[in-house]
Design a protein around this ligand. Structure first.
Ligand code: FAD
Length: 369
């Protein structure tokens, strides 16, 4: 008979929630993780008294009350509210685009005045049917916001000129006609006190975990050891890139210790002009209101992705989506496998959505018993 009910490949949020829930109902689980630490991309590490978000800044936000209750079992969340700022040519603007932004841009005071400026610019552009990302953006927010706050940032983010990018990348550009700098509209928001890794450690408390172990090195023997495999790694890699590689956008982080208490006064500062090579500077201590004499900052440089690099943003264009669908079909034909999470489903997935998805997948499994 088999040693495990489930072997779970990957200790990110999906794998950890799945393993936790199954262990709780008496299933025998083994988590296999190829990195030297659990947690996947939400992993945080304490350095000089500051929790550093190692794979990019993570802010928890959700409207899903069940998910909020669920995650609060494993951490207590602080009242951090994400209010990033943007710097363009030494001028500072509030994000998301709101009355503070409009007032700084044009000296307007009322929503009516702001709407007038924006509508005039949209009209003057004469764009009826946007043919690319640039036209799409201008037709929604006008030329000033586009030129100062979107154009350079997008060009850096995607490594291509916005006129050469498809319009579908930007479906919505929310404009807010109130003086409200809260980036998210969700009911619940915050950062887990003590970092995200604490959540992962609690989820995996009673679960057997093997670190530094690549499932694909011994795939067949793991398949013999378990009734089912929950795979949260890259779907194309699982099938040996049979149809080709799914593309991603990469990110390079440059993290430094600064000998001052407060570097930028804000956790997230976007640099929206093209000539600054990074897109954002993250100052980690502000997520948890940490009091230390020094500070740690991370500059984020978007980069071309090649096999072997960390996968950050999936490039969900038609070509890649078609490729993904082929792999998905292959996966569906093997009943031993459950695929879940951002890499196996090839999509950008916020944390609260991943939790919901893992819980659904657990429920579906237990239904069939
Ligand atoms: P992952 O965390 O990637 O976990 C997959 C795990 O599988 C990894 O640990 C990997 O090492 C392991 N693995 C893969 N292949 C193998 C193998 N063959 N053998 C063994 N192990 C393997 N969400 C928010 O809600 N708010 C945010 O502010 C936010 N910011 C983000 C910023 C960035 C830059 C990015 C990229 C994402 C952000 N997210 C945010 C999304 C968040 O990171 C994801 O929702 C979450 O990490 C997904 O968890 P996962 O388990 O699906 O994948």
């Amino acid at each position: 008979s088999q040693l495990y009910d489930y072997i779970i490949v990957g200790s990110g949020l999906f794998g950890s929630v799945f393993a936790h829930e199954m262990t709780k109902v008496g299933k025998k689980c083994l988590v296999i993780e190829k990195r030297e630490h659990p947690g996947g991309n939400i992993y945080t590490e304490k350095v000089n008294g500051i929790n550093v978000h190692k794979y990019g800044a993570h802010i928890f936000h959700t409207n899903d009350e069940d998910v909020w209750d669920y995650i609060n079992q494993f951490a207590s969340f602080n009242n951090y509210v994400n209010s990033p700022i943007a710097i363009y040519k030494n001028e500072l603007y509030n994000l998301p685009f709101n009355m503070n932004t409009f007032s700084k841009l044009w000296g307007v005071k009322t929503p009516q005045e702001a709407k007038e400026v924006i509508n005039q610019q949209i009209e003057a552009s004469g764009i009826k049917e946007p043919r690319n990302l640039e036209e799409q953006a201008i037709s929604m927010v006008g030329t000033d916001i586009y030129e100062k706050l979107i154009k350079g940032y997008t060009k850096k983010q995607w490594g291509r000129d916005p006129v050469d990018l498809p319009s579908f990348i930007i479906k919505r550009l929310p404009l807010r006609f109130t003086y409200d700098n809260n980036y998210f509209n969700d009911k619940y928001q915050g950062i887990p006190e003590g970092g995200y890794s604490k959540i992962i450690d609690k989820l995996l408390e009673n679960v057997e975990v093997k670190l530094n172990t690549d499932f694909l090195d011994n795939k067949e023997s793991y398949e013999r050891m378990a009734a089912k495999i929950v795979y949260t790694g890259p779907i194309d890699e699982l099938f040996g890139y049979h149809y080709g590689k799914l593309e991603y956008r990469g990110l390079r982080f440059e993290t430094t210790l600064q000998n001052i208490e407060n570097y930028q006064g804000c956790a997230v500062v976007n640099y929206t002009e093209e000539s600054v090579p990074y897109t954002r500077i993250i100052e980690h201590k502000h997520f948890e209101f940490t009091k230390t004499e020094q500070t740690i900052i991370t500059k984020e440089f978007p980069s071309e992705w090649k096999l072997g690099d960390e996968r950050y943003y999936p490039v969900n264009d038609e070509q890649n989506q078609e490729l993904y669908n082929k792999y998905r079909k292959m996966a569906k034909s093997n009943e031993k496998y459950i695929l879940g999470g951002r890499l196996a489903e090839y999509k950008y997935y916020d944390m609260h959505v991943v939790i919901r998805s893992a819980l659904n997948s657990v429920r579906k499994e237990l239904e069939f018993e």
